[in-house]
Design a protein around this ligand. Structure first.
Ligand code: APR
Length: 249
């Protein structure tokens, strides 16, 4: 499977990567549809990642996002993120990610559409003023952040259930879907729309579609190559084969 996928990449010019939480799982960041570990076992993201949850209990929502920020700061970039950045040696790469962790940017990728926003951005819940926060373990005892422009509570700069995606990111991803000749789907269960629709359009379209996921998903039967391995195993192996085939030329 790896060899077939590497051959597809070697014969492509423009790659669109569609990534999800599974890409960051090996950084120690739980995915959404696996059981939430520890403190958050009794909550589901659907109960925390909504405007209503924030209005009802901003302290609890901020505690969850501060917990996730600390996990991301501790886990950091993994071999899968680095391999995706390394693919830029071989192809023009655009990444449309559902992840809000900022790890693909930290790994060095330069062209990323953050479909669900970025956890390191605070946004005013009233006037949309935004402030980027440093990547660091969160101070869980700190008072909730307030807007220095209008005094309202700040919220995490991510897309919550029921909210619109940033239109520029979604339109860019759709435009790249029309331009690319290969799509690499990594670590997503394809259950949340409209991001999942990008995967479905890729499978229905002319581009070669590769999927990296230890599990099968709703699109696995329709992709050209499904690699049933983790991102940190499969993606470096793909880069190694592209490096070797270039050296052999
Ligand atoms: N490598 C690759 N894939 C993995 C790995 C790994 N190491 N570990 C788990 N996976 C796969 C799982 O098999 C699953 O298919 O990653 C996928 C994670 O699926 P979800 O938890 O549903 O994450 P995702 O698809 O990104 O969720 C989409 O849902 O809650 C919202 O906004 C949130 O962006 C998120 C969206």
């Amino acid at each position: 499977m790896i060899d077939a996928a590497a051959r597809s990449l070697a014969h492509s010019q423009r790659l669109l990567v569609l990534s999800g939480a599974g890409l960051s799982a090996e950084s120690g960041i739980p995915t959404f549809r696996e059981a939430q570990s520890g403190l958050w076992a009794k909550f589901s993201p659907q109960d925390l990642a909504t405007p209503e949850a924030f209005d009802a209990n901003p302290e609890r929502v901020w505690a969850w996002y501060r917990w996730r920020r600390s996990l991301i700061a501790r886990g950091g970039v993994n071999a899968g993120h680095r391999a995706i950045a390394a693919l830029e040696k071989h192809l023009d790469v655009v990444i449309a990610t559902q992840n809000v962790d900022g790890l693909q940017t930290a790994a060095g990728s330069r062209d990323i559409c953050e479909l669900h926003g970025n956890i390191w951005v605070d946004r005013c819940s009233a006037c949309d003023t935004e402030h980027s926060q440093p990547v660091a373990e969160a101070d869980e005892s700190a008072a909730l952040p307030r807007c220095d422009a209008c005094g309202a509570l700040m919220r995490p700069g991510v897309v919550w259930f029921g909210e619109m995606l940033p239109i520029h990111a979604l339109e860019r991803a759709q435009a790249e879907l029309d331009r690319c000749d290969c799509v690499l789907v990594v670590g997503t269960s394809n259950q949340v729309y409209p991001a999942a629709a990008l995967v479905e359009m890729a499978v229905a379209g002319p581009a070669t579609v590769l999927e990296v996921n230890p599990q099968t998903t709703s699109v696995s039967a329709g992709v050209d190559t499904h690699i049933a391995q983790t991102a940190s195993t499969a993606l470096p192996a793909l880069v190694d084969r592209l490096d070797a085939s270039r050296a052999a030329r």
